[in-house]
Design a protein around this ligand. Structure first.
Ligand SMILES: [Zn+2]
Length: 306
């Protein structure tokens, strides 16, 4: 049906108004990070947490297993004024991968009670530091590459791995096929919150970068830092190896932000590629306003992968 000019003008002014409201929505895939551009931000809010903006931009991490649904997000501008928005979580397609471990890694298939107890202790220790501190961010985006020459990673973030049809493990980081012996470097300034040998992840270094951001480097052949060390961006943390449940030398890089498991590759690339409130498509705002914001349930908090 054709609208008469006067009606058409009225309708189009309405749609402009609703587009302005609906622009406060960002759609983010599981394991992704949303942002809010166009307003100089001081602080940000999601999941009931309030934290600092990074270089005046708000970022909103979404866990790899976050339930599709909506969350309230907030941005406090430089004058302290609060802006409310909505983040919509979209399901991502992650692959299922069958893996076979060589005989030399049999202890990861037939895990002894001692090793199980050890892995449980390590899981508890990691649980204490993985949420990060909400100190001021000591990083900018993109993060620095963790090795001098970073090859393309396997497309393995989020894959559910089944080892010899027995054990299953969610791969919540990325594996970079860097040859053994190369140095591994801090992706940003920070503080070493855990450095040591672990059952599944081998020689591991966890660095807290403030603002809830924690980076993890697994399977190193040697570690060059210790708990409590303050490190600079690019500082050597250790060397590439194949310790723990690893079939060969590589770097496993994992990132937690506000405790959420996000794709490290997204933070090593330009943040301009991340979905933003400002460039989200128009959506049915009323539906979203009615929906409750829900915290995703806590999932297995361990990166027991190789
Ligand atoms: Zn890995």
């Amino acid at each position: 049906m054709r609208l008469r000019p006067a009606v058409a003008a009225f309708v189009s002014s309405l749609s402009i108004a609703s587009a302005a409201v609906a622009a406060d929505v960002v759609t983010v895939q599981q394991g992704g990070v949303g942002r809010w551009t166009g307003l100089a931000a001081k602080e940000c809010g999601i999941y009931g947490k309030r934290y600092a903006a990074v270089d005046a931009v708000c970022y909103y991490p979404v866990d790899i297993r976050a339930k599709p649904g909506v969350h309230a997000i907030a941005l406090w501008d430089q004058d302290g004024r609060k802006h409310a928005g909505t983040l919509r979580v979209e399901k991502a397609d992650f692959p299922d991968v069958q893996m076979t471990l060589p005989d030399t890694l049999d202890r990861y298939l037939h895990i002894s009670n001692d090793d199980l107890a050890r892995a449980k202790r390590e899981r508890a220790a990691v649980g204490k530091i993985i949420g990060g501190t909400l100190d001021a961010p000591s990083f900018s985006l993109p993060l620095a590459a963790p090795t001098a020459s970073l090859p393309k990673s396997e497309d393995d973030f989020g894959s559910l791995r089944t080892f010899d049809a027995e054990h299953r493990s969610l791969h919540s980081g990325r594996d970079y096929p860097v040859p053994g012996g190369n140095t591994v470097k801090a992706v940003a300034d920070g503080k070493v919150v855990l450095a040591g040998e672990q059952f599944f992840s081998g020689n591991s270094v966890f660095v807290d970068h403030g603002d809830g951001l924690v980076s993890m480097n697994f399977h190193l052949s040697s570690i060059a830092v210790k708990d409590g060390d303050v490190v600079k961006r690019g500082q050597v943390l250790g060397k590439i190896g194949a310790t723990g449940r690893a079939t060969g030398p590589h770097l496993h890089l994992g990132i937690r932000w506000l405790g959420k498991r996000v794709d490290p590759a997204l933070l090593l690339a330009s943040p301009n590629a991340l979905p933003s409130v400002a460039d989200s498509p128009t959506e049915a705002q009323r539906k979203i306003d009615k929906a409750e914001s829900r915290e995703p349930p806590e999932k297995d908090d361990v990166d027991d992968e190789g």
